[in-house]
Design a protein around this ligand. Structure first.
Ligand code: AMP
Ligand code: ZN
Length: 113
């Protein structure tokens, strides 16, 4: 089965890429839910957080470091921003290649709904 985020990584479909390195890529969400809405993904295809192995621990930490950099670059770091990684359908996960959402630029509500 195809994976839309693997297609973005492999430049088969376009995206507004804002960061990339040997293990991860970040791009603007196509349907932004806040003034800042980007996604950070690993180059390695991992379907859900439940599929993470011990060996992926550094990779996951790296995704958070990239998210921090993007939050600073987009000037929401001090104001505040939300990092979200949904897991499985009831959480709202629709793309089964793990991705860290960075949401900012407006007040975030809690509970998230
Ligand atoms: P989730 O619902 O947590 O799985 O998040 C999937 C996110 O991917 C949603 O916020 C979508 O708007 C976003 N998305 C889906 N397709 C694309 C795409 N081609 N380029 C950028 N973002 C996308
Ligand atoms: Zn994938």
């Amino acid at each position: 089965m195809g994976c839309i985020f693997c297609d973005i990584l492999n430049k088969k479909i376009p995206a507004k890429i804002i960061y990339e390195d040997e293990s991860a890529v970040a791009f603007e969400d196509i349907n932004p839910q806040a003034p800042v809405h980007a996604l950070v993904i690993p180059r390695k295809h991992i379907s859900t957080t439940l599929d993470l192995k011990e060996g992926d621990n550094n990779l996951i930490g790296h995704l958070f470091q990239i998210a921090n950099k993007i939050a600073r670059d987009k000037n929401v770091a001090e104001r505040g921003f939300r990092l979200v990684m949904n897991c499985n359908p009831e959480s709202g996960q629709t793309v089964f290649h793990i991705h860290l959402h960075i949401l900012g630029g407006r007040h975030m509500h809690w509970p998230p709904g």
